[in-house]
Write a protein that binds this ligand. Sequence first.
Ligand SMILES: Nc1ncnc2c1ncn2[C@@H]1O[C@H](COP(=O)(O)OP(=O)(O)OP(=O)(O)O)[C@@H](O)[C@H]1O
Length: 224
Amino acid sequence: MSEPPIIEVRSLTKTYQVGEVAVYALRGVDLDIRKGEFVAIIGASGSGKSTLFHILGGLTPMTTGTVQLNGRDMAGMTNAERTELRKTTVGFVFQKYNLLPTLSAEDNIRIVQYIGGRNTVFDQAFQEILKLLGITDRMKHKPRALSGGQQQRVAIARGLVNSPAILLADEPTGNLDSENSAAVLKLIKDLNRRLGQTILMITHDADAASYADRIVKMRDGRIV
Ligand SMILES: Nc1ncnc2c1ncn2[C@@H]1O[C@H](COP(=O)(O)OP(=O)(O)OP(=O)(O)O)[C@@H](O)[C@H]1O
């Protein structure tokens, strides 16, 4: 029997209430992601990509539907349960890197060790990931001394270092020039291939999406 998907989304909806007005951000999403897959989600602004990302990452509660993430049912989870799931199961990469300016690159990555508390895999994974990302000799630098591409590599290392079941990347190349974008996308693909890392990447860039194994398109809160 084949393994169950690492993410299984069924009839997922999200409605934001803005004053008197209901905004239907997700209108019934079904999606399976298998272990080791690299999936890109594309769609126009407002199609619901970020909302889906935030729900899968445990940052926002869903309105209705079910989401199984690595065998855990996210529907009805409390904030504390979602926080726990986020720390143990998900790695994040954002468009704006979100590195802490006063910490070295190394401490920016290691901070996850203290939050996630999964020290056993940490050091070995740490060295392996730094090597793959080509940033081993950049660890003592503060973010401002690194190029955008290097900062995003540090952010990717931080996202991976606790061996998350899934890496969620939101427009990871949105702040980079085309050369650095291509380099970072190639790295993300390498991580997927070499580490078998499951990756879900949100983008509105068809070029970026073409690095994925599978492209899922959203429109008006649905997958089309
Ligand atoms: N916190 C919020 N409160 C109210 N409405 C929201 C909120 N977040 C998103 N929305 C609305 O939900 C819909 C989907 O937005 P979402 O950000 O998920 O789209 P997106 O595809 O990620 O867009 P973009 O590419 O511009 O980030 C939009 O109509 C948006 O205005």
